[in-house]
Design a protein. Structure first.
Length: 138
């Protein structure tokens, strides 16, 4: 199973949300470009292209699926890189320190070490005291 998959067969609801959020996204990105560059020209070009794309999306229903799928293919590399960076960061910044600290502080919590002198690796288990314990799960 892949971390990300491209939805090439969007539902009407997916297209509706995309059509609603596309102009908002373009407006926000254009505003960020304007604030970062201090120039209105690149923001105006971005707003014009986004407005044209939003207008075509709104006025020509036959193009909606094509625009949606093309957008998903265009932004897929961004999502792929970010998801892998996020998963790698969680693994190396959260899971790895927990594992190292458990090994340092408590040894091997699963007792997986190899012992030559052991005749068996079976660990004794004491059964529960009474049957009524099964009725008190928590």
């Amino acid at each position: 199973m892949a971390v990300l998959e491209i939805n090439t067969n969007p539902t009407r609801r997916d297209l509706w949300w995309f059509g609603l959020l596309l102009p908002l996204f373009v407006a926000v990105v254009g505003s960020v470009v304007w604030r970062r560059t201090g120039s209105l020209t690149p923001a105006t070009l971005l707003w014009s292209a986004g407005g044209l794309l939003s207008g075509v999306f709104a006025c020509w229903p036959a193009s909606r699926r094509r625009i949606y799928v093309a957008w998903m293919y265009a932004v897929f590399p961004i999502g792929w890189v970010l998801s892998h960076l996020l998963l790698g960061g969680i693994y190396f910044l959260v899971i790895t320190p927990i594992g190292i600290s458990l090994r340092v502080l408590r040894g091997d919590p699963l007792d997986r070490g190899f012992r030559r002198e052991a005749s068996s690796y079976w660990t004794a288990h004491t059964p529960p005291a009474g049957v009524d314990r099964y009725l008190r799960q928590f």
